[in-house]
Design a protein around this ligand. Structure first.
Ligand code: AKB
Length: 319
């Protein structure tokens, strides 16, 4: 039986991961931790317990862990890359201060801890094509600085205190459920919304800007499979490269046009997002994740596009 606390349960990843964990562990307890103003609603609220758990408040984390006898924490509290440039102090407070709180509670109470890292942990000096698992990580953004710090701190807590910390470097995540906010890869979600709503899409990145992306069902499976992996096989912990597809705006536009021929896209680059995207890898080598815990994606660009368009048509009553 598993008793799990998801911190940031109403965000882009958390809202879907909480539901997936409840489905995966029907005999366990999966607590949706949220902050005031981001209360869970609908199925997320009705399908299990929820508690106010602000990652910057260690007492709230510890009380929820005690109350529900939590053995595993998924820490999904984050400020995404573009917003982190506008609010660097808040990004540090949540990304590093918050992680420190989650690590300390995990150490004191014996919890395993999953905290995502990101392709944002790499920088302009990182090899950009087929980026290796272990390579240069000198990010150019506050988001990246918090992610590299988080990877190091999590590995430290594993080595020094034996806390079972694990992590993946998420690519841009694409989903039809909860929209992302303030990321550099968000365009790859927004473009599907525009296509289904019949709107012209103004792409905030230039043609030729390649980045790794992943469909949310693969990302959720990656998080759960890594936490279930045999620790004896893990040579790495914080954090694993994972990959499923790499594309630029022209490729995703062309793919959507196969199914929505009238769809129109123009380029209107946002300088901040373009600069961040240019500093991130074009594609990751995820062979360590494949070898150490049998990671394997299920969705490519075509399969994801078909599913995104079908699900969004239902969402907007256009099916
Ligand atoms: C972002 O764009 O900030 C995130 C990420 C890749 O970590 N989606």
């Amino acid at each position: 039986m598993k008793n799990i606390l998801v911190i940031g349960a109403t965000g882009q990843i958390g809202s879907e991961l909480t539901m997936k964990l409840r489905e995966t562990y029907p005999n366990g307890t999966v607590v949706a931790g949220y902050i005031p103003g981001a209360e869970p609603k609908g199925e997320l609220l009705e399908s299990g317990p929820s508690e106010i758990v602000d990652i910057t408040n260690p007492t709230q984390i510890a009380e929820a862990v005690d109350k529900y006898k939590i053995d595993t924490i998924y820490n999904l509290a984050a400020i995404l890359s573009a917003v982190a440039e506008a609010k660097p102090h808040l990004a540090w407070k949540i990304g590093v201060g918050g992680l420190y709180n989650a690590l300390e509670v995990s150490r004191e109470k014996g919890c395993a801890l999953f905290t995502p890292s990101s392709i944002g942990s790499f920088g302009i000096t990182t090899p950009h094509v087929n980026t290796p698992q272990d390579t240069i990580q000198r990010p150019d953004t506050m988001y990246g600085v918090t992610k590299v710090t988080g990877e190091l701190l999590s590995d430290y807590y594993y080595r020094r205190f034996g806390v079972d910390t694990r992590s993946v470097r998420f690519p841009g995540l694409i989903s039809y459920v909860t929209p992302p906010g303030g990321g550099t890869t968000d365009y790859a979600v927004d473009i599907y919304y525009a296509a289904v709503k019949g709107e012209e899409f103004k792409c905030p990145l230039c043609n030729g800007t390649y980045m790794d992306m992943m469909y949310m069902p693969d990302a959720l499976r990656a998080a759960i499979e890594l936490m279930e992996a045999d620790p004896g096989r893990l040579l790495h912990r914080n954090s694993f490269n994972i990959a499923s597809m790499s594309f630029d705006p022209a490729m995703i536009y062309a793919k959507i046009k196969e199914y929505v021929p009238e769809f129109k896209m123009t380029y209107e680059p946002d300088p901040l997002r373009q600069q961040i995207a240019d500093s991130w890898p074009d594609s990751l080598d995820d062979s360590c994740a494949r070898n150490e815990w049998d990671w394997k994606p299920e969705y490519d660009l075509d399969a994801m596009t078909k599913d995104m368009l079908a699900k969004l048509k239902v969402k907007f009553g256009k099916a």
